[in-house]
Design a protein around this ligand. Structure first.
Ligand SMILES: Cc1cc2nc3c(=O)[nH]c(=O)nc-3n(C[C@H](O)[C@H](O)[C@H](O)COP(=O)(O)O)c2cc1C
Length: 188
């Protein structure tokens, strides 16, 4: 038996993206966004309502995206429930932001993995914007590398569980991609 829920939408896993931008005074801001993902090999997309962040995106045409982790989950949630219109959120949680070497946007040092992006498109729609960003650099703290490569077991990223409104860890590897289904490929 299956139960029908009507027009309820659960997509899982949803990422917990932290978008960081500068405003007209050079003050850094951070917001939490779960409705986003990879759009092309070096492009990302995020569905956005109107926020301080979207004002900053229009102004600077650049942003960074970091990934909320187990160690930064409380600060990351705060970035999603308070607006930069009201307060300097990065200062409020004691995080530090440094200017990206590549784009006009802040890199928040407490997030170990960051994509540095330019705004490729910011399309206005009925409810807000669709942001498409072009990744010009990815930077990672050495603490999350294994043999020089990003190691998600060390990063400990969290995802947003929209079924229960919670953050969950992404845990163990269960199989190899592009490979574990090969046994079903029909031989000619
Ligand atoms: C878990 C979570 C996910 C969120 N996802 C999005 C999202 O995908 N798009 C969006 O526009 N707002 C999203 N928000 C809400 C914004 O983060 C929130 O309105 C924030 O205050 C905007 O910050 P700003 O005004 O400083 O830019 C999310 C909030 C939380 C807590």
């Amino acid at each position: 038996m299956r139960k029908n829920f009507g027009r309820k939408t659960i997509i899982t896993p949803l990422p917990v993206l932290i978008l960081a931008t500068y405003d007209e005074h050079g003050t850094p801001n951070a917001m939490n966004a779960a409705w986003g993902g990879q759009y092309d090999s070096n492009e990302i997309f995020v569905s956005l309502a109107k926020h301080k962040t979207t004002d900053n995106l229009i102004l600077k045409k650049a942003f960074t995206v970091s990934f909320a982790t187990k160690d930064t989950v409380e600060e990351s949630d705060y970035f999603g429930i308070e607006s930069g219109h009201k307060t300097n959120k990065i200062e409020a949680v004691g995080f530090t932001a440094v200017r990206s070497e590549f784009v006009d946007a802040p890199v928040i040092e407490q997030y170990p993995l960051t994509l540095e992006c330019t705004v490729k498109e910011l399309q206005e729609d009925k409810t807000g914007y669709i942001l498409i960003g072009e990744v010009v650099n990815m930077s990672a703290d050495e603490s999350i590398l294994t043999d020089g490569q990003v190691d998600l077991s060390k990063l400990q990223p969290v995802c947003f569980d929209s079924a229960s409104n919670t953050y969950r860890l992404i845990t163990e590897i269960v199989a190899d991609a592009f490979s574990c289904g090969k046994k079903y490929i029909q031989k000619p």
